[in-house]
Design a binder for this molecule. Structure first.
Ligand SMILES: Cc1cc2nc3c(=O)[nH]c(=O)nc-3n(C[C@H](O)[C@H](O)[C@H](O)COP(=O)(O)OP(=O)(O)OC[C@H]3O[C@@H](n4cnc5c(N)ncnc54)[C@H](O)[C@@H]3O)c2cc1C
Length: 572
């Protein structure tokens, strides 16, 4: 019999979005209890690895209007403008709150918060703490969350199912990875804050835990995934590992250079205008791929690359503003950026798409919310601007936390007998998978093939035939997944079982992504097609909605909320 626990609100995820939601929830009501379930210890969430910074208006030469317009333009006019408006207004409040909670923002001489330039932003509005921003933000949130004993943590517990009954969310089922037991954790509202899904691609900045679990959990229960075709490639990853070299390197004045020693973002027309290295990520990634295809890249053991040159910045600036970049480049590629350029190539970084929510983070299932990278609240549209994501986690994490508490207050518990039975059915499903010997397929093989097909069909440049092929191969891989054979029957830290569950989630997310991409016959933001090279507002100015169906994904459309800014050609 699996254990049943009850709280008022259940939050899945202990990254920036989950922690911010948890704090907002307990602050919203003096008696509410929150379960925070995370498959890893919260400080190991991917947020910890963010380097460059978080955006919010801070300077006199800046305004909400400017941050709003930059974000709308960056999104290639697919961001919802009501969401963007709310975001830019809340952003400074949230980052100031972080300051009060102890986040060590870097400072100017006069003690004011320092800001740096970031791609696609028209002024310096990215707050930073050297180049370890995610570490400091996550630490601040985690420590602040510990002040509330009403936030009860369930660390290293892997959520495998959402419990939906009687037309509302009722809780989750989680596998305790440490002990192997399965728990039913009930709550009158649930917030998904499970992060992105970069691991469906072979070459990514994302940690191994970013397998799209929350997207799959919601999708399986009938919530659509929105705008999944938009995958952000970050221009500057280390070849081989995919480790990120932050955009702050360009914000601080770094150059991108080809094998002829040419700053091609300055000398050639890649649409970034005078922004040069500070153009948006989608455009710079495409420019690098074009340079390599034109034979102006360097050849290396892990494929071709170009150079990120920081040598002119000098040791003092590199060591104070970008200490981690220096450390990473030295350790992982044997290059000291003070004296040598860093080899870099575009790398999968961020999912613009995710669980379809409204501005409150609410999904179509009453009581189910999502915030952070797992969600698509439609802030980022077809291309996210660097440093908007950490702030998004705070702004919409807080809003989802508050709204979930309001919902929980007016909802009921559902039938415990029914929920207990659902929990037991899920426990039995997991039990049947643990060490399942029957089957002819290996985990690693399916994952490798999934990675390969995602890269070949849904990379920086896309076209119909290869996307259609990816759609077919993911469907075949899903079939083969059912025939998986596992070996490890142990209960304690059975990582093979966890990886198998994650792979199931990755296949769902990959399928929704490929089907959504194959359907959009235009180029917009990060979705760039060789066969349809221009944006087509007449036919494609809408959000793609992808529904789960046992017969295969079903697509639909959702209107984009326009407002102050009319769609225009995206030129810098
Ligand atoms: C290397 C790197 C650098 C970045 N730098 C920046 C930057 O400088 N500025 C910026 O704005 N953005 C940056 N980003 C993006 C940004 O960091 C992320 O989008 C953001 O941190 C995501 O936070 P999150 O809370 O949504 O999810 P995460 O931090 O990924 O946390 C997800 C949480 O969900 C839990 N979880 C997942 N699945 C399950 C499950 N099945 N059961 C239970 N728990 C589960 C995990 O344990 C984890 O606690 C960067 C991203 C990367 C990869």
């Amino acid at each position: 019999m699996s254990e049943v626990i009850r709280h008022d609100v259940v939050i899945v995820g202990g990254g920036a979005a989950g922690l911010r939601a948890a704090i907002a929830a307990v602050e919203a009501s003096p008696n509410i209890s929150v379960a925070m379930v995370s498959k890893v210890y919260p400080m190991r969430s991917h947020t910890v690895s963010a380097e460059g910074g978080a955006a919010a208006v801070a300077r006199e030469d800046d305004s909400f209007e400017m941050h709003g317009y930059d974000t709308v333009k960056g999104s290639d006019f697919l961001g919802d403008q009501d969401v963007i408006q709310y975001f830019v207004e809340e952003a400074p409040k949230e980052l100031t709150l972080m300051d009060h909670w102890g986040c060590p923002w870097s400072r100017n001489e006069d003690g004011s918060v320092a800001t740096r330039a970031f791609g696609g932003m028209s002024t310096k509005r990215t707050w930073y703490a050297a180049d370890k921003v995610g570490f400091h933000m996550l630490h601040t949130l985690f420590q602040h969350s510990m002040r509330f004993d009403r936030i009860v943590r369930y660390d290293e517990q892997f959520v495998t199912k959402l419990l939906v009954d009687g037309g509302a969310i009722r809780g989750v089922v989680a596998l305790d990875v440490r002990e192997g037991v399965v728990r039913t954790i009930l709550g009158r509202a649930v917030i998904l804050a499970t992060g992105g899904a970069g691991k469906i691609f072979p070459f990514t900045t994302n940690g191994n835990i970013k397998t799209g679990d929350g997207m799959s959990l919601a999708y399986r229960e009938g919530v659509a995934l929105k705008d999944m075709e938009f995958v952000q490639y970050h221009p500057t990853g280390l070849p081989g590992t995919g480790i990120l070299i932050t955009e702050a390197t360009r914000g601080e004045g770094g150059y991108v250079v080809n094998s002829d020693g040419e700053r091609f973002l300055v000398t050639r027309d890649y649409g970034v205008g005078t922004k040069a290295e500070l153009g948006p990520r989608d455009m710079i990634s495409r420019a690098i791929v074009m340079e390599i295809e034109a034979g102006r890249g360097f050849k290396g053991p892990y494929g071709e690359y170009v150079h990120l040159d920081l040598t002119h910045l000098g040791e003092q600036k590199i060591s104070t503003r970008l200490p981690m970049v220096r450390e990473l480049a030295k350790t992982y590629i044997g290059v000291d950026p003070v004296v040598q350029p860093i080899p870099i190539r575009p790398v999968v970084h961020y999912m613009m798409g995710g669980v379809d929510t409204d501005i409150d983070g609410a999904t179509v299932i009453p009581g189910l919310y999502a915030a952070g990278e797992v969600a698509c609240v439609s802030l980022n549209g077809a291309n996210r601007l660097g440093s908007n994501s950490l702030t998004e986690c705070l702004v919409f994490g807080a809003r989802a936390g508050t709204k979930a508490v309001e919902f929980a207050a007016g909802s009921n518990d559902g039938s415990e007998a029914v929920l207990r039975r659902m929990g037991e059915e899920e426990a039995a499903r997991i039990e049947a998978l643990r060490g399942k010997k029957k089957g002819g397929e290996k985990l690693a093989r399916i994952r490798r093939e999934l990675n390969q097909t995602m890269e070949s069909g849904c990379g920086v440049y896309r076209e119909q035939a290869s996307m259609d092929e990816t759609v077919r191969s993911v469907a075949r891989l899903k079939g083969r997944y059912a025939d998986l054979a596992l070996e490890d029957t142990s209960s304690v830290f059975n990582t093979e079982l966890v990886v198998a569950l994650e792979l199931g989630n990755m296949l769902d997310v990959a399928e929704a992504l490929a089907v959504s991409a194959a359907h959009r016959k235009e180029s917009r933001g990060a979705h760039t097609r060789k066969d349809f090279q221009t944006r087509d507002d007449q036919n494609y100015l809408y959000h793609t909605i992808c529904h789960f169906d046992p017969a295969g994904p079903r697509l639909g459309k959702k209107a984009v909320t326009l407002g102050t800014w009319e769609p225009e050609e995206r030129k810098y």
